[in-house]
Ligand binder design. Structure first.
Ligand code: 4AD
Ligand code: MG
Length: 445
């Protein structure tokens, strides 16, 4: 009996007879030699079926294998620098090959396909090498997020997905029928985080969030995953210091564990290695000036139009890109206009038209990956803001009440997993960073 192994373990079994169970990724027919590229989820290995070395019926199976046929194979592991695979450098000389199921007419062939076709076939597309690399990086991003927070005194406290109130804004809400009452899918766990923060000091929630965004951009999903830390007694400066440590740890964890995946994705990692604290910081006021200067210098009329910006408006992605590209690592933009941010953000003392908010912009055109702020901790001021923005104070009673019993200054932020993965992997669009993207026009598969 040979040992069943996963391809990721192959280096430990050179010279041994092993069994690998998986799927045919590709096959090269050289007559008496069949080169099988086999994947098992943990990696890809080259298996060589040499006519003389396995039973005739098994060799016939090898010759007939089609892409994604499921197989169980047994053979001897050989180290060979030329052998392609993940990890490369090993091949299996087959002695036995058993077909589990043939796969006729698998829709995704190695040739080029359009993105819409691939998204329609996402349930198959997840088997492709590039998607394998991306989703493995995603898993590490999520693990790094949890590890860092768990190691730094943050408690995971889950927040509900079904909620009776809007967390962020009232326009992008997904309404569902809650036994005859309107309820909403969570846009954020923040308001509950603020209650939990008063119990545990430093908390985070981490789950799917929903925005009925009608925008079709490279950065927006309807369902996305967000981690939201919330900290008692943190001001905006404390928040930025924590965020730069946290985001750096995530990027470094991927660099450390995924050289292979980043190579598959042809990611130039030179900019990523620079992601270490401290990050740059620029106020919204100065960022507006910076954009104006860059716009002044450009000769491209189209770019000139795109970079048009008045004080008081939120940045679009062209603005974010040029701001971020002015720095060699991620940059914090702080003190945005109060009018473009959420109602709960603390106004700046003496200048209530701007607020104690901070967004983190990723380099290389990836734009905002985190958004956060100091929260209003004064009961009266918060009640005033609720009234000003026109949300129903009735629904916010419990949230407002938090400010009545031992209220403290506090801050928090949310980091979007998909935008972070897109940035780290160097992907043009967030749709490949989540197993099953939900976008304006897509609910299947
Ligand atoms: O800036 P946002 O909307 O902030 C909040 O929801 C706060 N309540 C978070 C907090 O302070 N606790 O979202 C935070 C991040 C963004 O920076 C972005 O990375 C991601 O969530 N995000 C999206 N990602 C994909 N698709 C969307 N539609 C997204 N909207 C926000
Ligand atoms: Mg934001």
């Amino acid at each position: 009996m040979s040992k069943i192994i996963t391809i990721s373990e192959i280096a430990n079994h050179v010279g041994e007879e092993v069994t690998v169970r998986g799927w045919l990724y590709n096959r090269t027919d050289k007559g008496k030699l069949q080169f099988l590229s086999v994947r098992d989820g943990s990696g890809i290995v080259q298996a060589v079926a040499f006519k003389k070395e396995l039973p005739e019926s098994d060799f016939t199976v090898a010759q007939s294998l089609t892409q994604e046929a499921s197989i169980v194979m047994t053979g001897t592991v050989r180290a060979d620098d030329r052998a392609p695979g993940y990890p490369g450098g090993y091949e299996i000389g087959l002695k036995n090959l058993q077909l589990i199921q043939q796969s006729e007419g698998y829709p995704i062939s190695p040739k080029e396909h359009g993105v819409e076709f691939l998204m329609d076939n996402r349930h198959f597309w997840v088997r492709s090498l590039r998607q394998w690399a991306i989703l493995r990086v995603r898993a590490t991003v999520i693990r790094a997020i949890r590890n860092w927070l768990d190691d730094h005194g943050y408690l995971l406290v889950d927040t509900p997905i079904l909620s009776g109130l809007a967390g962020e804004n009232s326009t992008d809400l997904f309404e569902v029928d809650y036994f005859g009452e309107p309820a909403f899918l969570a846009q954020t766990g923040q308001l509950y985080n603020e209650a939990n923060m008063m119990s545990f000091g430093k908390v985070y929630c981490f789950g799917p969030t929903f925005r009925a965004e009608r925008s079709k951009t490279r950065r927006h999903l309807v369902e996305f995953w967000m981690v939201e830390p919330e900290m008692a007694f943190f001001n905006l400066e404390d928040l930025m210091e924590m965020e730069e440590q946290f985001v750096s740890a995530i990027v470094q964890a991927v660099l450390k564990n995924h050289e292979q995946e980043l190579k598959i994705l042809e990611r130039d990692t030179s900019r990523l290695t620079q992601v270490t604290p401290p990050f740059a910081r620029i106020s919204y006021d100065d960022a507006v000036k910076l954009v104006a200067e860059i716009r002044e210098k450009t000769d491209d009329p189209e770019q000139k139009e795109l970079l048009r910006l008045d004080w008081g408006t939120d940045f679009g992605s062209p603005h974010e890109t040029v701001i971020a590209e002015s720095f060699d690592r991620p940059v914090f933009v702080y003190h945005y206009p109060t009018a473009v941010k959420a109602f709960y953000m603390q106004p700046v003392a003496g200048r209530p038209e701007i607020c104690r908010s901070v967004d983190l912009l990723a380099p290389e055109g990836y734009g905002e990956i985190t958004g956060g702020s100091e929260r209003i901790h004064d009961a009266e001021l918060l009640a005033e803001r609720v009234k000003e923005v026109g949300i129903d104070p009735e629904n916010y009673t419990w949230y407002l009440d938090l400010r009545k019993f031992g209220s403290v200054p506090h801050s928090g932020f949310g980091l979007g997993v998909e935008r972070t993965v897109a940035w780290i992997c160097g992907l043009p669009h967030v749709r490949e960073t989540i197993p099953y993207a939900r976008t304006l026009n897509r609910l299947f598969p």
